[in-house]
Design a protein around this ligand. Structure first.
Ligand code: PLP
Ligand code: COI
Length: 339
């Protein structure tokens, strides 16, 4: 029985559910892992995560399909990316197969919290890992926790599918040889000031330019960006953006389901006025349309406008969510049935 929640009015927030998953890394190995009803964490005041932000995370979702099954979308890619994130921050890798099993286990333990089909909500799954023992000199921790919390969520942006107004950020996000390509907490800590400022100025999000030249588009604080121009699906190629699983999936959908031409390349800020549609894509963002981009006070109006998603963006959205909710046949290996 699903919980008695008004699923349709959920925003992107946290609520405690029944169980979280936890596995501890000590003496150079992971323990067997378990479910826990304890949603708090106790550790040294000098823990590596508290002093030097040694933490990485992932984000994926569980959905109820049209036929009533609970599934998740490409968790193998989250497992792989979390391994890459961990390696970059000198953390032990939580084995990828175990990651997938743990995701299934924690969702099964919280089935009542999985929003029903058609509610517009889903169960957000947040695997994360952090250094727990005391470190005072700058070095990697010895002990870690890998945890997964789950929480039901609605749309990431208030207003759901209403086109967003974003600004070219005044701040930089990721250096060319830095950590922009991994999902480390530190990338989000440094974006907080920028997002608070942007919100105060009336913008929904920051679109970060490349920090080396500030002439090219990178991504927003929590999503990759996609553009439509005629029959082309255009998206960013950069070694300092997060390799979004949604964006990589959309590239496939664009080519193989919608017959679009896919371009993954450098995109210059100067080119922005040439695009007909724009959207932010990610697990949380799904595809959130962009209606306006403001660069140093200069407004670029995306022709699809401020009222609704552009027509091609809508097709991409319908196809991707159709695949996730079991209405449209998925490419092999994309959908993992949980129960
Ligand atoms: N870029 C950033 C900075 C993100 O935080 C996210 C969210 O995970 C994404 C892109 C989208 O990635 P994905 O589609 O794998 O969720
Ligand atoms: C996600 O889409 O899963 C993310 O982690 C983005 C975050 C900004 C909520």
């Amino acid at each position: 029985m699903a919980k008695n929640i008004d699923w349709g009015s959920l925003g992107f927030g946290y609520m405690e559910t029944d169980k979280s998953y936890v596995s501890l890394y000590t003496d150079g190995k992971w323990d067997s892992g378990t479910l826990t009803a304890d949603h708090t964490v106790t550790m040294s005041e000098c823990a590596g995560v508290l002093q030097y932000a040694q933490t990485v995370f992932e984000g994926l979702k569980a959905y109820t399909t049209e036929s009533g099954k609970i599934v998740t979308f490409r968790p193998d890619l989250n497992a792989e990316r979390m391994a890459q994130s961990a390696e970059r921050l000198e953390m032990p890798v939580f084995p990828e197969e175990r990651f997938i099993e743990a995701v299934k286990e924690v969702v099964r333990a919280n089935v009542e919290w999985v929003p029903p089909y058609g509610s517009g909500a889903s169960l957000y799954i947040r695997p994360y890992m952090f250094g727990t023992n005391a470190v005072i000199g700058v070095k990697p921790a010895d002990d870690y926790q890998f945890r997964i919390l789950v929480t039901p969520v609605g749309p990431y942006f208030k207003g759901g599918a209403k086109p967003l107004t974003i600004k070219i950020a005044d701040f930089d996000r990721a250096a060319p040889r830095g950590t922009g390509h991994i999902k480390a907490g530190l990338n989000y800590a440094m974006s907080l000031h920028a997002i608070v400022q942007a919100h105060k100025q009336g913008y929904d999000e920051n679109l970060y330019p490349d920090s080396a030249t500030r002439t090219k588009v990178e991504e927003t604080g929590g999503a990759n960006i996609i553009f439509i121009k005629g029959n082309k699906f255009v998206t960013v190629k950069s070694s300092s953006i997060l390799p979004s699983i949604t964006r990589r999936s959309l590239e496939y959908v664009a080519e193989h389901y919608l017959g679009l031409e896919v371009e993954e390349r450098e995109i210059y800020l100067d080119e922005l006025p040439e695009f007909e549609e724009a959207g932010l894509c990610g697990t949380a963002a799904v595809i959130s349309p962009v209606g306006k981009i403001v660069n140093n006070g200069k407004e670029i109006l995306i022709p699809s406008g401020m009222k609704e998603m552009g027509p091609t963006t809508k097709k991409l959205y319908d196809t991707l969510t159709g695949i996730q909710m079991g209405r449209i046949e998925a490419p092999e290996g994309w959908i993992y049935e949980i129960c």
